[in-house]
Structure formats: C-alpha cells, structure tokens
Design a binder for this molecule. Sequence first.
Ligand code: NAD
Ligand code: GDD
Length: 325
Amino acid sequence: MQKTALVCGAGGFIGGHLVKRLKSEGFWVRGVDLKFHEHAETEADDFAIGDLRDQRFVREVVDQRFDEVYQLAADMGGAGYIFTGENDADIMHNSATINLNVLDACHKRNIKRVFYSSSACMYPEHNQLDPDNPNCVEDSAYPANPDSEYGWEKLFSERLYLAYNRNYGMECRVARYHNIFGPLGTWQGGKEKAPAAMCRKVAEAHDGGSIEVWGDGKQTRSFLYIDECIEGTTKLLRSDFAGPVNIGSDEMITINGLAEMVIDIADKDVSVHNIPGPLGVRGRNSDNNLIKEKLGWAPSQTLREGMEKTYAWIATEAKKRDNQK
Ligand code: NAD
Ligand code: GDD
C-alpha cells in the first residue's frame, strides 16, 4: 500500500521542501496552505487552498487516515515580524487556532503520527543573555520565560500535542527548530530571517558600499540548512521519541560574523553598518546532546556550505526581480 502524508503549511518554506522529500520517498501527499508556494511548483498530488483556522475546512482536508501528518502552518517570520510587538495578537490567535483545529481533526480521524514544529523561541530569555554561552538544553524550558508571544504560543502548542499523546494515545512528535535557512525561503518583504536578509542585502550592495545589520552585531545564533531540517523532521516523526527535541545546528556565530561570511562568499568589497532594530535574545545555540542520544543523529553540515547555496539562489532571485522593474 502506498503511504500517505498530509503537509499543513505546504505553501511555505519548510513545507515545500518536505513535500518534495516525501514524494521522493514514494508517498501520496496532500499539501494544504492559504497560498501556493511562491518560489516553486508544488510536487504534492493534491493541494488544498484554504484556511486552517476554519474548523470545517480542516475536517474536509483531514478526510482520511494519513500515515503521517506534518503540522507546519503558522503565522511566523523573523525578528522584524515577531519582535516588534505589532503582530502579537495575530500570531497567537492564528497559530493556536490552527494547532487546535488540526490536532483535534487528526484525533477524530484516528491518525496517530503527527509532527509539530515548535521553535527555539520558546526557551527562557534569562538563559540566553550571554551571547557566548546560551543555554538551550531541552529541560531548561521551565520555569518558562520566552521573550516573545510567538514563543509563548509555541510553548502552549507543544503542551497541547503532548497532552493528546497522554490522553488519547496519539504519537505526536515535537521538534524545536532553530533558525532554518536555505533556497526557496522568504528573502524579502519583512518576514525574512537573518541568513536571507544578509544574502539579499549583500546581493543588492555595490562594491565600496555597506549593508545595515540590526543591533551591535555581537548577538549570536546558529542556523540550520533546510536539507538537514527535513532529515531530522522525518527521522523524529518515525521514531519512538516524542520530544520536545532541538532540531538545529550547534555552530554558533555572531550576526556580524554571518554578514562577513556572506560578503566573503559574494566576494564583494562591502562593509557592515550596525543600526538599531528588533533584536530578540542576545545569544542562542542548539544543544544537540538529546537528539544524538535519542535518534543517533545530529546535523553536521557547515554553515558556510549552506550559505553558499542560499546566497547563489537569493542573488539570482534579486536579479530576476530587478530585471522585472
Ligand atoms: P513559512 O511562513 O514559510 O510557512 C508557513 C506556512 O503556513 C505559510 O505558507 C503560510 O501561508 C501557512 N499558513 C499560515 N497561516 C495559515 C492558515 N491559517 N491556514 C493555512 N495555512 C497557513 O514558515 P516556515 O519557515 O516554513 O516554518 C514552518 C514551521 O516551522 C512554522 O510552524 C514555524 O513557526 C516553524 N519554525 C520555523 C523556523 C524557521 O527558522 N524557519 C524556526 C522555528 C520554527
Ligand atoms: N531578520 C533580520 N533581518 N534579522 C537581522 C537583520 C536583518 O536585516 N540584521 C540583524 N538581524 C539580527 C536580529 O536583530 C536578530 O538579533 C538576529 O539577526 C536573528 O534574527 P532572525 O533570524 O530574524 O530571527 P531569530 O533568530 O531571532 O528568530 C528566528 O528563529 C527562531 C528559531 O530559532 C525566527 O525565525 C523565529 O521565527 C524562529 O522561531
């Protein structure tokens, strides 16, 4: 029997890549999203356009016993979207409603295996004040103190999925993604994250010019290339471990360091100009001990390898955009 999968958020960055991966494994795939993918044709066998906040629509698309369900749909973005405070009510309402609807429909259809994408943004701010030594070990989550409403919604939804495991015998799996990047991701418009923003700014810069980077540039992060995110995602869903578990890179870098890396990749004579902007936590890095222990796997690709591919894609997209003007 051909296996079946449902990908919620299939019109987005990670969902789009996941559909491709599941098709290459021979699955029949249904994608669901508010919109089609902006950067690529979908490979899904069936693609339902609709709003997962609408319970009736959710019950229509969760219309069979899928072997695997991936719930990636969310109201999300980078620092310029989630840390300004202006989108807090929408983020909490939209994402929580999607999770409540999708999970309950899966339960009613007797679907067991559901993947949920939480975020490193749920970790307490007080453990991420030192840029050189942030603590993102899974069991440091409580007492809870995320620095954004986006993080609080993720924490609530993590608990929701795990409650369905306990009370209804489901096999939900919860990952905490740490800043995922790569080709076919959002690279302009305000929701882009630092890796894509740096690539776009450098691609647009002229030799002798500069790029603007928010903050003093000494804040730290780690960034995970999309292929490794997809590998970790499918591995976790098919494992016996419910999580929550980090899916992220442990190669930490300062944001100015990231900018310099992109400038070097582009081989341009460009300088970094630090300006005020939305910042988020001071430091963050994935702790990969638990994923190694439970899945016998952790990401290993270097940041540079992923950034080279991402820069090449964004530079091409930026050129296409400029030619259309
Ligand atoms: P994305 O924004 O590219 O994809 C999310 C998709 O959900 C979008 O295509 C959007 O249209 C869709 N969506 C939003 N509201 C919807 C609704 N009401 N009905 C139907 N579809 C709706 O984001 P992504 O980077 O692919 O992230 C996927 C998931 O991973 C999200 O849950 C996100 O919070 C989580 N995550 C991502 C990262 C990252 O760095 N990309 C980090 C941590 C967690
Ligand atoms: N987006 C962006 N754009 N960030 C910039 C820029 C810029 O032009 N310049 C500097 N930064 C800095 C931000 O101020 C922040 O300190 C850091 O780069 C990282 O920003 P993002 O990549 O936008 O977000 P984040 O790492 O704080 O949070 C992201 O990762 C989470 C998981 O780890 C977000 O994408 C969340 O949605 C995600 O859950």
